[in-house]
Design a protein around this ligand. Structure first.
Ligand SMILES: Nc1nc(=O)c2c([nH]1)NC[C@@H]1CN(c3ccc(C(=O)N[C@@H](CCC(=O)O)C(=O)O)cc3)C=[N+]21
Length: 288
């Protein structure tokens, strides 16, 4: 069994980015800038935002944090986004989700300039992904693809099953497994809460991606012998942070599996940094 080590892979990506940013800086090219907007005091979001700031610092990306009160108006959040859209020193804008109740997150995301949308959530970038055009892909599925690629997991011609159809993970994940650049080329099925015989379908998967948000949802009977299992779940339970898969029960059946923590999570942040460096290169007219 191969452990798909997201923590180590993310560290390797950060180190590559760090060298790239340092080399550009040495040539007098300005460093990439990422603006992170956090509205409210959700404790998990605060931890994520702090981790993103640390990751930026680690690779030499300037991070600008904007912390707005939980009772901010829609106009206040939109005003900040417009201001950041107009700033030449801001290459990427990340609006930490979820927003406090009463705020319209889609309206905010729609306002982020697509060339600064390093989360890949803007309809233009989702559309570009669907069409196979260059743009920004959402960081979590992009991180999964990169993790598979760097571990030489064969996806071409394989049967992939994605559990979950969210706009930020399941949907873009399925599109990327169909084909992403010259990678993937899998045959993809997306299942969800109303899929009949979900367990049976999953058990046919060569590659199984779990993005449901329910601890230990994927049990041993749902996993084919020798399958590659990617666990996107981040569930905070009394037993600590657990994924969507019953890792202990399936680890001996699989050919490869991601741990939680230390799997997809760190890759998500690494891809945010990749997208930010790419946004900066695009803004400066450098090839990437
Ligand atoms: N605009 C926006 N973009 C996001 O990308 C975004 C978001 N909003 N809202 C919340 C989710 C969640 N997310 C995670 C990123 C890293 C870890 C991560 O690194 N997890 C560590 C554990 C960290 C811990 O202990 O909590 C791991 O899995 O090893 C987890 C979750 C990004 N999100």
């Amino acid at each position: 069994m191969i452990l798909l080590d997201g923590k180590a892979t993310a560290a390797a990506i950060r180190s590559e980015l760090k060298d790239k940013v340092a080399a550009q800086e040495a040539r007098g090219i300005r460093t990439p800038g990422l603006a992170v907007i956090l509205v409210g005091e959700d404790p998990a979001s605060q931890v994520y935002v702090r981790n993103k700031e640390k990751a930026c610092e680690n690779v030499g990306i300037r991070s600008l944090a904007y912390r707005l009160p939980a009772d901010s108006t829609q106009d206040a959040v939109e005003g900040l986004i417009r201001e950041l859209n107009a700033r030449d020193d801001v290459d990427g804008i990340l609006l930490q989700l979820p927003l406090p109740k009463g705020l319209d997150s889609q309206a905010c995301l729609d306002l982020i300039a697509p060339d600064k949308d390093v989360d890949g959530f803007h309809p233009v970038n989702m559309g570009r992904l669907a069409l196979g055009l260059p743009g920004f892909a959402p960081c979590t599925p992009a991180g999964v693809i990169e993790l598979l690629r760097r571990h030489n997991v064969t996806t071409s011609g394989k049967r992939a099953v994605v559990i979950g159809r969210s706009n930020i993970v399941g949907k873009p994940m399925a599109m990327m497994l169909w084909g992403y650049g010259d990678f993937a080329n899998a045959t993809v099925t997306v299942c969800h809460s109303r899929t009949p015989e979900l367990a049976k379908l999953c058990a046919e998967a060569d590659i199984l991606v779990a993005a449901i948000g329910r601890p230990h949802f994927v049990t041993a009977d749902m996993v084919k012998d020798g399958a590659v299992v990617v666990d996107v779940g981040i569930n905070r339970t009394d037993d600590g942070l657990v994924g969507d898969c019953d890792f202990a029960a399936i680890k001996d059946k699989v050919s490869a599996i991601t741990p939680v923590p230390g799997g997809v999570g760190p890759m998500t942040i690494a891809m945010l940094l990749v997208n930010t460096v790419k946004a900066c290169e695009n803004h400066l007219g450098l090839a990437n």
